[in-house]
Design a protein around this ligand. Sequence first.
Ligand code: HEC
Ligand code: HEC
Length: 345
Amino acid sequence: MRQIFWQLSTGLLGLGLFSGPTLAQHGPDWPDWAYGLLEPLSADSRVSPPCPDGSRPIDCAYQGTPVPDDGIKRSLPDTDRTFTRNEAYYNYGPADWYPGDHPEMPDIVAHGKESAGLRACALCHYPNGQGKMENGHVAGLTATYFLQQLEAFATGKRRSADPRKANTNEMAMIAAGLTDAERREIAAYYASIPFQQMVRVVESEEAPQVRTTSNGLMLPIEGAPHVPLGMRVVEIPEEADLTELSRDPRGKWITYAPPGSLAAGEALVSTGEGRTVQCGTCHGPGMTGLADFPSIAGRTASYTMRQLWDFKQGTRQSPIMQPIVAQLTAEDMLYISVYLASLQP
Ligand code: HEC
Ligand code: HEC
């Protein structure tokens, strides 16, 4: 079956549906960690289900066996709401733990469109738009930038460079399935919510051992000793159970990074080090955004690294950002991503 998926996906490359590099192009510096993966791509890898035009967005997701609901009503601090695991995960109306944290959600944010297999934005980005390392952070983006990105997804200009990352394909189909009016309503909604600091960077030679979900959420293996980190980042929720079982939208992240990352990243971002340009020229002082240049401060390092790598591979097309990353190595981008994650948004 895996082989069939693989052949299908590479066979579809010519149609532009799967524009990621092929197996042979994945070099040893490929940042698997940023895509929430523990292993390099191989012929045995599970790759995203084929997702040609006309699919429903949910058909692009990995289809697992449904998890039986344990029926346990869980709670979180400072809310009187309770949800079981499966209520919290409901595709067309996931948990809204803290209605006071955001304005009233547009229906499509809260419920998606079940008839079209379009899952709620709030499922992956949370009602408050803070988002997660395996998805993205949509609160506080300007409506103009937000709409540009939906257009890029819908027209095939924003794809994952890694053929295993199914949720980016699903995101593209979601964008293609929205009307202009829906896009504008959602963009205005998420633009109205300030994005908040969510990452704590820890420079360390060692990091927890992790497991990963099919969507690329990294979770610590309880009780396992820390292992050498090497040249990668391990990014996990501060409270794994609350994020995994309850989808806590106030959840924060710990980013384990190699020693020296913050200083190296700061040097690259502020001077370019002869290999790139100063990011603040467009992304503003403190990298918190300028006009419709997006804020890049305080987002998870995994998310930022994927964007830089996707720009470099050309699967996220941007005539402005592509030359900026052209001379950067995977190591440079790791340092930049970690430094940016540490900044106050
Ligand atoms: C199944 C999960 C999923 C759902 C549901 C989902 N998204 Fe996404 N979204 C993603 C992923 C994954 C990314 C980031 C892809 C990547 O890493 O390149 C993303 C990224 C985005 C971005 C880009 C953010 C940036 O900083 O550039 C926007 C905008 C966005 N989503 C809007 C939406 C809207 C609007 C909806 C609901 C109509 C929605 N998403 C529903 C998974 C999802
Ligand atoms: C000349 C202006 C300019 C400069 C300089 C610049 N950027 Fe960008 N950046 C952009 C634009 C425009 C986008 C939106 C690209 C698109 O169309 O998707 C962007 C997008 C990004 C994104 C994706 C944001 C998201 O929400 O997904 C990241 C990450 C990023 N830039 C990092 C950097 C870094 C790091 C530097 C410095 C090394 C840098 N940029 C320098 C203009 C710039």
